[in-house]
Design a protein. Structure first.
Length: 501
């Protein structure tokens, strides 16, 4: 029988091996951040080689025989529930990775690095044909990747599990179908309403002053600047570790709210990352659960806090200070402006809470057809525009505001988009629980007292890392199984009141 010391040693050896992999992937993340934020345009060839080498090294360390032996030894030990969960997560990664050749991992990494500047150029020049060849290559590579992992299941289902391993694609399909069925009538009712919400933020806004305002927002919400930074990127994103969780945003001269909402969205991601337990760094217990949970945090802060009337009562003085020409704007005006429904907006990251999900349905349907071979790459612009006209009543004038607007496919991130809607649904469920458990949450938001909310999220979501599967984490946090009821009730109540429905 193994002694306690032997069992502890088995687990520690496994964690030592995993931490090396985690550090390599973290270094790759910083290189990816640099490529999107500040790398010189000519740096792609070297960066592509660097990222490919790191991906290969990480994959080799994860799939080597010694890692399998360390897993076997740890699994035979008597472990606490937390340690057993960490082993479970490493086993899952190991089983998937050992089915994929290192050469394919290198090829995917190299191609995604090369695809980023191609996408940027294609978008800038409004020319999908420039992006199409490398997109087709990425699709072929990701099909191969999925087939290596499990040739007996649809490729898109396998790819989806890279981002949400436990809810299942059938759950995503069911949620998206319900959102489409129940939000479309609400969107139509809003469109037929005679109510005209306030729109006080028209004008030109200096990007440098906008940056100061977004920093005000991050200060107000409680961003830890000692462990983060704010930069600009063509497509806003957040990345990092509990010790270094960075956010990016973008500024448009004529869109004050766009930079604010995207920054608050990325703050949600970063505060989740910063809230992971420091002592578990390098372990699955110190990593985010998955993209559905990650998106729940960004949508929680963007929509349930950042678009709320209490928040605008709190934050509007900062807006007036930075832009004195807006001195006459009231908190109610700002609240209405932040929640206007635009059924003619073709841009996902600028979309309101309701039409946003039609953007996700569109992308989900297109990328699934691409991966399953039911749609040719050359057909994407036409199909995209047709679906947008069908679902949103607007037809993009250009590919730049159509099928080239998102960065995800240049990353090879097929299967990612459904997690945005899953995260929005979960955000509403989490907020309902927080609102029930925190005394006068609206009053605390209006007073700028975000400590209790941070503590609630840390206690119920962040501190657990990957200890729980997604369904179990949701039950632990809210006492209920995952459901769209809270989001649909919230949307109906909020927009019914705004538009007098």
């Amino acid at each position: 029988m193994a002694t306690d010391a032997t069992q502890t040693a088995a687990y520690e050896e496994l964690l030592d091996r995993y931490e090396r992999i985690s550090n390599i992937e973290g270094a790759a993340g910083i290189l990816n951040w640099d490529q999107e934020v500040m790398m010189p345009e000519g740096g792609t060839p070297a960066r592509s080689a660097q990222l490919s080498a790191l991906s290969a090294t990480s994959h080799e360390l994860l799939t080597e025989e010694a890692m399998g032996d360390a897993l076997d030894a740890a699994e035979s030990a008597e472990l606490t529930d937390e340690k057993a969960a960490a082993v479970r997560e490493i086993r899952r990664q190991y089983e998937r990775a050992t089915r994929v050749p290192t050469e394919l991992v290198e090829d995917i990494s190299r191609t995604t690095s090369e695809a980023l500047p191609v996408w940027k150029e294609a978008k800038a020049e409004d020319d999908f044909s420039k992006f199409a060849p490398i997109l087709e290559k990425l699709i072929d590579l990701k099909r191969d990747y999925a087939e290596q992992i499990d040739p007996d299941r649809p490729a898109y289902e396998v790819l989806f599990e890279d981002y949400e391993p436990y809810l299942g694609l059938d759950t995503a399909e069911r949620i998206l179908e319900r959102l489409r069925e129940e939000l479309v009538p609400l969107i139509d009712a809003v469109g037929e309403s005679d109510v005209e919400l306030a729109s006080p933020f028209a004008g030109e806004f200096d990007p440098d002053i906008q940056e100061a305002l977004t920093r005000d927002a991050l200060d107000t919400l409680g961003y830890d600047w000692d462990r983060g930074r704010l930069d600009t990127a063509p497509h806003p994103f957040s990345m990092g570790t509990t010790f270094d969780a960075r956010v990016t945003t973008r500024y448009e001269d004529d869109d004050l709210l766009g930079a604010l909402t995207s920054t608050i969205h990325e703050f949600g991601h970063a505060t989740y990352t910063q809230g992971l337990p420091d002592e578990e760094y390098g372990s699955p217990l110190g990593e985010n659960r998955n993209l559905s949970v990650h998106e729940s945090q960004s949508r929680f802060w963007e929509n349930h806090v950042g678009r709320s009337e209490p928040f605008w009562s709190l934050f509007l003085p900062h807006v007036r200070e930075r832009f004195p020409e807006l001195d006459g704007v009231t908190p109610r005006d700002a609240y209405e402006a932040a929640n206007r429904v635009y059924d003619d907006n073709p841009i996902r990251i600028e979309a309101d809470e309701l039409t946003y999900h039609m953007h996700i349905v569109l992308r989900f349907e297109i990328e699934r057809e691409l991966i399953e071979g039911d749609l040719d790459v050359v057909e994407v612009p036409q199909v995209w525009n047709d679906k947008m006209e069908e679902y949103l009543g607007v037809r993009p004038d250009t590919d730049a505001e159509g099928c080239l607007q998102d960065i995800h496919w240049s990353h090879g991130s097929f299967g990612y988009f459904p997690t945005y809607s899953l995260g929005s649904v979960l955000a509403a469920q989490l907020y309902a629980s927080a609102d029930e458990e925190i005394d006068d949450l609206d009053g605390q938001i209006e007073a700028g007292e975000f400590g209790p909310l941070h503590e609630w999220l840390t206690e119920n979501v962040h501190q657990h890392g990957k200890r729980y599967t997604t369904p179990d984490l949701i039950e632990e946090a809210t006492g209920e199984a995952f459901t769209a009821d809270y989001f649909l009730d919230y949307a109906s109540e909020k927009y019914g009141a705004l538009y007098d429905l």
